[in-house]
Design a protein around this ligand. Structure first.
Ligand SMILES: Cc1cc2nc3c(=O)[nH]c(=O)nc-3n(C[C@H](O)[C@H](O)[C@H](O)COP(=O)(O)OP(=O)(O)OC[C@H]3O[C@@H](n4cnc5c(N)ncnc54)[C@H](O)[C@@H]3O)c2cc1C
Length: 336
């Protein structure tokens, strides 16, 4: 038995050493493409996510330009580092990063893929506009009002990026990305660049149906010609409604709606959670918000484990009371 344990621990040490040296090689070689500001080791992504909980990423890569992103992807392909463990993130407003963190490389597009040129005359004639994946949803809305295009007011106040919103088929106030999408440009980890038209997309409720190796780089939207003030007023009204409805401020963490609304029944997720008596339920510093029962909040210092376990408790209680198993809308990533 002792011999077996000793040899197992030997294998484990050698795997760990191989892993570490591979990581270090990766880091050194990455610096030939990226500046030290664009790549960080052991970056606490959980703590900077909107839920403010969870562990670190082995590497966080934030390329400052699209060219750097392309070069870095090429570098990953050539070297096949880390067995392809690559995660793409936007503003991290819809993710729960588990306490053990995320292995491999997290690529965040907030610093690149956010500049673009709009041909205002063409936008007015075609009643369409394209936005890069790293642009924040509210900034996109503000631009549609600038170019007098209506249809994107519903994303005002959604804290994510265009890439995240398209990936999730985000929605609010009765409209979702699928209603206005025209096309999506993706880059695959194999280096393939593709334009997917609306007819090729199979978006579902809060699920854009993209593959895990597909990076959304930009998207085009079909809108309607309108007037500055009309677009602005509608968007601002939506923003105000959000502030009234959703928990915010006081340093709390949240990732928006925790569970998807179930299909086939008229009740919404928050109503089922209420019926099951879960509003205000707590586990450590994780809580089901008193203000909105479908919001899981971090009151400060909650572990990702507490947040996830509380969510699981709610699912079980709702199932026992209403016979419906809620599905997570928040994307859970990383190791426990
Ligand atoms: C206060 C609050 C209110 C919210 N309100 C709403 C709402 O009204 N409606 C709604 O739908 N959502 C809402 N959300 C959830 C969230 O903001 C949206 O889902 C948002 O679109 C996620 O974008 P993100 O950039 O933060 O994505 P992230 O959270 O970073 O990532 C979410 C998922 O998208 C993937 N992803 C992100 N970017 C890319 C990319 N470029 N290419 C490929 N994959 C990518 C990630 O891998 C991950 O699986 C809310 C969240 C908060 C905190």
């Amino acid at each position: 038995m002792l011999v077996l344990l000793a040899s197992l621990s030997g294998i484990f040490t050698s795997i760990t050493n191989d892993w570490m040296s591979e990581l270090l090689d990766f880091y050194r070689e990455s610096l030939e493409i990226l500046s030290p500001e664009e790549i960080s080791r052991d970056y606490p992504i959980g703590q900077v996510s909107w839920l403010k909980a969870g562990g670190a990423a082995d590497f966080l890569v934030q390329p400052e330009s699209t060219e750097k992103l392309t070069l870095f992807l090429e570098f990953l392909r050539k070297n096949a580092f880390l067995g392809g463990e690559v995660t793409i993130l936007g503003a991290m407003s819809n993710v729960l990063v588990r306490d053990g963190g995320v292995r491999g490389i997290v690529i965040n597009l907030l610093k690149s893929l956010r500049w673009w040129k709009v041909d205002a005359a063409a936008a007015a004639i075609t009643e369409s506009i394209a936005f890069p994946a790293g642009l924040r949803c509210t900034a996109a809305f503000l631009n549609t009002q600038k170019y007098e295009l209506s249809g994107m007011e519903f994303i005002a106040g959604i804290p994510g990026t265009i890439g995240g919103a398209v990936f999730m088929n985000a929605g609010a106030h009765g409209t979702e990305i699928n209603d206005i999408i025209d096309w999506v440009d993706i880059v695959t980890f194999d280096g393939e660049i593709k334009r997917l038209w609306k007819k090729d997309l199979r978006m579902q409720y809060r699920n854009g149906n993209f593959g895990s190796n597909e990076i959304i780089v930009q998207a085009g939207f079909n809108l309607q010609k309108s007037e500055h003030m009309k677009v602005y007023t509608k968007g601002i009204r939506f923003l105000q409604e959000r502030a009234e409805k959703f928990p915010s401020g006081g340093g709390i963490g949240t990732a928006g709606s925790t569970f998807k609304n179930p299909t086939g029944i008229s009740k919404l997720a928050w109503q089922l959670i209420d019926e099951a008596g879960c509003r205000g339920m707590k586990l450590g510093n994780a809580m089901i918000s008193e203000k909105h029962a479908n919001f899981l909040v971090n009151l400060g210092g909650a572990s990702a484990r507490d947040l996830e376990d509380l969510g699981e408790k709610v699912r079980i209680r709702v199932f026992e009371k209403c016979g419906i198993m809620l599905e997570w809308e928040i994307v859970r990533i990383g190791t426990p």
